[in-house]
Design a protein around this ligand. Structure first.
Ligand SMILES: [Zn+2]
Length: 351
């Protein structure tokens, strides 16, 4: 049993009434989702599935019951009163299941969420690179990807190894300078024997602008996530600016309002740099969200590095509840992590 599961069990044993007392934090906890639905059977990247529709509905009901779920528009007002536990629900990329499965749940519960859309995916109806790479591995008739110019070692595409192979290839992609990325995907199509994913499969993957407008009209917030989803720090400064200004212009054209919120593609500490911040500032973006865990406080945070916690498929009910009660478990500081687990367990035991 991992530590998170241990904490999860203790929290559940104490019952929902104690959640407020247990939640040992104040400020803003931003949660991040990608896709909602069943990963099994999807030919694309399974890692992008954050929760099934049922799990998501349960999670949102729990948040609505125990926390103050806020929209980004409300965050500025919180700086004066940083106490309290405010949760922000966010989605990255713009997948169609966000509209079809998540939006009805959010609307029914009156929960406001923020959707960061990759405008080029919505406009061009092309598959994201991670989904196309996963698709190539899953349908490869050759059983392997050979070593060579792009890979140091051969990778297996046999079903038992597909997940690890997809992981390795995505890591490789992220390490490449942006100018070489397209060539890598083209090579992989040939090397796997899968070719390129047909456009028809991509067309149904993304929301339409009508869907985005409908969500906005219902009180959801919409933010930018670039045009092409590059790792911004790997672009030249003027290319970064083009991605940020361009995605803002598309949001303005489709929604009639300027881009106020932004989420960094990939979102780790190394995914953005001072040029990214400068471009966001120039574009009038108010808050930009990263993606490496932790939570923040509006009176103290870096507005171009608002931390978010990833919600993943392995967050069953107890793990989700433990995560939102104790988000420090997800910081990237191992020492603080174990200290927090120790004090929490002591607190729970000594109740
Ligand atoms: Zn993304």
């Amino acid at each position: 049993m991992d530590k998170l599961q241990l904490v999860a069990r203790l929290i559940d044993r104490l019952g929902g009434a104690h959640v407020e007392k247990l939640a040992g934090w104040s400020g803003v906890l931003a949660l991040n989702y990608h896709r909602i639905g069943d990963a099994i059977g999807s030919p694309f990247d399974h890692e992008l599935y954050s929760a099934t529709r049922e799990a998501f509905a349960e999670q949102m009901a729990f948040l609505a019951r125990h926390f103050d779920v806020v929209a980004p528009e409300e965050l500025a007002g919180l700086a004066a009163a940083p106490k309290g536990r405010h949760v922000l629900v966010t989605f990255d990329d713009g997948y169609r299941d966000n509209f079809e499965l998540a939006f009805p749940v959010l609307r029914a519960l009156g929960v406001r969420a923020t959707f960061f859309v990759t405008t080029g995916f919505l406009d061009d109806r092309v598959l994201a690179w991670w989904d196309e790479i996963a698709w190539m591995v899953r349908r490869s008739p050759r059983g392997r990807v050979p070593a060579g110019g792009w890979l140091e070692a051969e990778l297996s595409t046999a079903p038992a190894h597909q997940l690890a192979t997809i992981h390795a290839l995505l890591r490789r992609y992220k390490s490449l300078p942006s100018a070489r990325c397209a060539d890598f995907v083209a090579w992989l199509g040939e090397a796997t024997g899968s070719g390129r994913c047909p456009q028809s499969a991509a067309a149904e993957t993304w929301m339409t602008w009508d869907m985005v407008r409908e969500m906005r009209a219902a009180g959801m917030s919409i933010g930018g996530h670039t045009i092409h989803h590059p790792v911004l720090s790997q672009l030249r400064p003027e290319e970064q600016t083009a991605e940020i200004v361009g995605t803002g212009a598309r949001l303005q054209a489709e929604l009639g309002e300027r881009m106020r919120w932004f989420a960094y593609p990939v979102g780790g500490r190394e995914a953005f740099d001072r040029h990214t911040r400068h471009a966001l500032q120039e574009a009038g973006v108010e808050l930009a969200f990263s993606y490496y865990g932790g939570h923040g406080s509006p009176d103290a945070w870096d507005r171009f590095d608002i931390p978010r916690v990833a919600i993943e498929r392995w967050h069953d009910g107890p793990r989700f509840r433990a995560t939102v009660c104790l988000p420090s478990l997800y910081g990237d500081n191992k020492e603080r992590w174990s200290r927090r687990v120790r004090t929490t367990v002591a607190k729970l035991m000594g109740r």
